[in-house]
Design a binder for this molecule. Structure first.
Ligand SMILES: Cc1cc2nc3c(=O)[nH]c(=O)nc-3n(C[C@H](O)[C@H](O)[C@H](O)COP(=O)(O)OP(=O)(O)OC[C@H]3O[C@@H](n4cnc5c(N)ncnc54)[C@H](O)[C@@H]3O)c2cc1C
Ligand code: FES
Ligand code: FES
Length: 496
């Protein structure tokens, strides 16, 4: 294949060469090896945010914005053609960035280990284009209090959304001074170089190739080229957001001589609505999908805030979530309830597989090694009553013990169609078909719900493990349907 443009990345306004970097070298190690030692390694698995940096990325609605990401998970090669800002690029001791200045004067930094990561997450939120609108009051933007389960998550008077820093951990400050710093921030000055209009920033890097001593990172320009590469390199690893693969590399020693980056393939990045279905590109990140859908699929709107942290959602893709075949991935139960199909693309063309026929066993699926997930297809119209319930040890930023997606078409008080997807109760995500049958054709009443909940309790084959006991998982399944009923009117109002 052509090598395309030189593998360069712009870091803090300086163009740096990536050539000679191995595909398993992550962006954090690469930046630190260039003397940019602000970003730290805390956990190396996407949990702490000490490694956060800002990357200019498409905002999902036609422009470009600063997204904070975990540098410990991204392959350095994936930065080719991008623009990156680290804590050093925000400011210096004699000219602190407003975020750094507020953190300093309000005691938001003590030992300082977490601080460079915090200031990058905070700066990305500082530059969020619609923050000013959110500051004008709730109901005007991403910080809409009505969409939030807890009042303490409401945006600050300056519109700063604390969710933006929920992927950053600090062991020293107790967080209060950090919140004070966030809420004290003003708005970017007109001559702030980082507030340059989004259109001026590179958002669609061309194909790239970075060769290192132990292998290559290659980003093909389009789907045809990607499929060709997969055919030529059967040992290649496909990487999209790298939030799963990055953990494998850092903690489990995974290595690959040939890595194919598919996160920029244009064919995998479309979000389209036709009269009868919604097409969701597999390489869209969770954050891009959330912005692109703008609340139009309530069931997915309920998933986004419960999925990892903003740092992870800024890179984790829809396709990556399904491709891992994890029985506790959050999207599968939701997409099963939405009756989604998987569009697979291989050398012989494309085929469409209903999601409930996609998983074949623990982390196995019908996808052949030479196929990519191109998109997810969700039929329209959507059920009017829907919910996504995730039970985890922590409210946010945790993997599910049990997850339930529910979508009901209720017509004239009768359940005309029911689809329920469950995760965490078997070797694969699955549809609760017996429960669906117990609901369909029945009046949408508490009596029906309680009878169906008893059926849902018995779905799957849950096991005892370190996350939860089988008995607890069964109890949570049953509770899910009862909770949807109990929240009844709220669910329909919020989700309609
Ligand atoms: C801190 C942390 C928290 C997390 N929290 C959650 C959570 O709350 N809920 C949850 O469900 N998951 C969670 N995850 C898991 C992970 O973020 C998701 O599974 C994510 O969607 C994976 O997408 P990715 O693009 O990063 O995948 P990658 O790591 O890039 O790829 C994962 C696998 O999928 C394959 N792949 C990727 N895209 C395609 C494609 N289009 N076609 C074929 N194969 C493909 C790759 O080859 C690879 O084998 C978390 C991960 C971390 C690190
Ligand atoms: S080092 Fe903890 S998220 Fe990267
Ligand atoms: S200031 Fe010490 S970890 Fe945050």
């Amino acid at each position: 294949m052509e090598t395309g443009t030189a593998p360069q990345v712009t870091v803090n306004s300086e163009v740096l060469d990536l050539e000679g970097t191995d595909p398993c070298t992550n962006a954090l190690d690469w930046l630190r090896s260039r003397g940019l030692t602000g970003a730290k390694e805390g956990c190396a698995e996407g949990e702490c945010g000490a490694c956060a940096v800002m990357v200019a990325r498409p905002d999902g609605v036609g422009g470009t914005h600063w997204a904070a990401v975990n540098a410990c998970l991204a392959p350095a090669g994936s930065l080719a053609g991008r623009e990156v800002v680290t804590a050093e690029g925000l400011g210096a001791p004699d000219r602190l960035h407003p975020v750094q200045a507020e953190m300093a004067v309000r005691g938001g930094s003590q030992c300082g280990y977490c601080t460079p990561g915090f200031v990058c997450s905070m700066a990305a939120e500082y530059y969020r284009a619609d923050r000013r609108a959110t500051a004008a009051g709730p109901g005007t933007g991403a910080g809409d209090a009505a969409a939030r389960p807890h009042a303490h998550e409401a945006p600050g008077p300056n519109g700063f959304d604390l969710v933006a820093i929920s992927g950053n951990l600090c062991r020293c400050t107790g967080y209060r001074p950090i919140r004070d710093a966030a809420f004290a921030l003003g708005f970017p000055a007109e001559d702030d170089p980082l507030a340059t209009p989004a259109e001026d920033r590179p958002s669609t890097p061309a194909r790239a190739r970075v060769d290192g001593p132990a292998g290559s990172y290659v980003r093909p320009a389009d789907l045809a080229e990607a499929l060709q590469l997969v055919g030529q390199h059967p040992d290649a690893v496909l990487v999209a957001g790298s939030t799963d693969w990055g953990v494998d590399v850092n903690l489990r020693g995974s290595r690959a001589p040939f890595v194919i980056g598919i996160d920029r393939l244009p064919e995998l990045r479309a979000l389209e609505r036709t009269p009868d279905h919604l097409e969701i590109g597999a390489a869209l990140t969770l954050a891009e999908l959330e912005r692109g859908l703008a609340g139009s699929v309530p069931l997915l709107s309920a998933v986004f805030p419960q999925f990892a942290s903003p740092l992870v959602r800024n890179t984790a893709t829809v396709g990556g979530n399904l491709a891992t075949g994890s029985p506790i991935g959050d999207l599968a139960p939701a997409l099963l309830a939405l009756e989604a199909s998987v569009v697979l693309e291989g050398p012989a063309g494309s085929r469409v597989v209903p999601l409930d026929a996609y998983f074949t066993g623990y982390r196995r699926s019908v996808r052949r090694p030479d196929e990519l997930i191109r998109s997810l297809r969700v039929p329209l119209p959507l059920g009017r009553v829907s919910a996504f319930h995730k039970v985890a040890k922590r409210r946010f930023d945790d993997i599910s013990s049990v997850a339930v997606g529910i979508s009901l078409h209720v017509e004239d008080g009768v359940v005309a169609r029911a689809r329920i997807g469950v995760g965490g109760v078997a070797a694969t995500p699955l549809r609760a078909t017996a429960t669906e049958a117990a609901l369909q054709g029945r009046p949408w009443t508490e009596r029906t719900v309680r009878a169906a909940a008893a059926v849902l309790r018995e779905e799957g084959t849950p096991i005892d493990d370190h996350r939860a006991s089988a008995a607890y998982r069964r109890a949570m399944l049953a509770a899910s349907l009862v909770r949807l009923w109990a929240e009844g009117e709220t669910a329909e109002t919020v989700h309609a």
